[in-house]
Design a protein around this ligand. Structure first.
Ligand code: MRU
Length: 347
């Protein structure tokens, strides 16, 4: 894939500034943690797996200027850095898993010098990045078997290369299917309010020469009724132990519609998107974002001043609406609760 969403280069984090797409493909280099925190908060970098990678690289930015030689003080500093990164966005669990992973790596090597601990952390952050590349390709190749030539499939938000290191989860399945020679089409929902479907998914798929049709979110029911959709593939931000899945707002709508129209609804997500500490989707923290995202479009006001706004960025799809979850561990089918446990070897 030609899209390199996030990379660690010369002690900085190079990211595609997704706020600028599709108008221009522009990179920013975050050389300090505050800049990266802000890039995460404002969605310059976004998508659950990419947020995990950003969290790992963010730790490297947060520790690089630590000057002391006391490893205990370093570990205390690391804890603060992780808490700060964790305050950027609440829903995608990948970010929190990586922060925990970084702290565990450092604590396992607590006897080492500060320089040694910095090396351990760098290795860990780069491993998170490399694992994402491998895992997305594995999920893509597994999920591609669910797409047949002649089909048109639907997706929402952006679960592509731009949401991961460079390949994607839901879109990764499409890239693998294309590589296998399958001829299919994609319908992308625009994904109000921030239009990740229109701005990012349509851009990415077009760039990869996959025939793509863009629709407004409120057209989904009609195209399903018209028999134009044979499968829905989405990403995920957090999956509870029973399979309830948080993803971009509007995903739940599609799952309900899919059930009504007898269309398979697939979630594509790596193990790092599962939160097995929580039993159901009711425990997933849902990010609420500022009202201007709803009251404006491309900076232009589209609603009266002072109107009350509700802007949850994610919704939760009940496990009963999900046909299967495609992970790098295999394709998990219902009953999801039991089979998730099996996939993670808890039974
Ligand atoms: O608010 P965003 O753009 O970060 O939301 C992203 C999504 O909801 C994606 O679908 C999800 O993170 C899966 S990405 C592979």
């Amino acid at each position: 894939m030609a899209i390199q969403t996030i990379q660690w280069i010369h002690s900085g984090v190079k990211i595609i500034d997704q706020r600028e797409l599709p108008r221009k493909l522009q990179y920013i280099i975050c050389r300090d943690l505050k800049t990266l925190w802000w890039a995460i908060r404002t969605l310059a970098v976004r998508g659950a797996p990419a947020l995990g990678i950003a969290a790992g690289f963010g730790v490297l930015l947060g520790i690089k200027d630590f000057k002391g030689k006391d490893s205990q003080k370093f570990l205390a500093h690391l804890k603060k850095v992780c808490a700060y990164i964790g305050s950027s966005r609440p829903t995608a669990v990948n970010l929190f898993h990586v922060l925990e992973r970084m702290q565990n790596a450092a604590e396992t090597h607590a006897g080492q010098s500060v320089a040694g601990l910095k090396t351990v952390l760098k290795k860990e952050a780069l491993a998170v990045f490399e694992e994402d590349r491998a895992v997305c390709r594995r999920m893509g190749d597994l999920g591609a078997g669910l797409i047949r030539s002649g089909q048109q499939i639907m997706t929402v938000c952006n679960a592509g290369a731009l949401a991961t290191a460079d390949y994607g989860t839901a879109l990764g399945v499409m890239y693998s299917a294309k590589r296998q020679g399958k001829k299919f089409k994609v319908m992308a929902c625009e994904t109000r309010p921030l239009l990740q479907g229109a701005r990012l998914t349509a851009w990415e798929l077009t760039k990869e020469k996959i025939p793509t049709t863009l629709i407004c979110d409120n057209m989904a029911a009609t195209v399903m009724k018209q028999g134009k959709i044979q499968g829905i593939f989405t990403g995920a931000d957090r999956i509870a132990a029973n399979g309830d899945t948080a993803n971009k707002i509007g995903t739940y709508n599609l799952a309900v519609l899919a059930k009504h129209h007898g269309i398979p609804f697939y979630v594509v997500a790596p193990s790092s998107t599962f939160d097995l500490k929580i039993q159901t989707g009711r425990q997933i923290p849902i990010e609420e974002r500022k009202k201007e995202e709803v009251t404006t479009m491309a900076g232009i006001p589209i609603a009266p001043d002072g109107v009350t706004v509700y802007n949850p960025a994610f919704d939760v799809t009940d496990h009963s609406l999900i046909t299967a979850i495609i992970t790098e561990r295999g394709i998990i089918r219902p009953p999801l609760g039991r089979n998730i446990k099996k996939a993670f070897k808890f039974v």
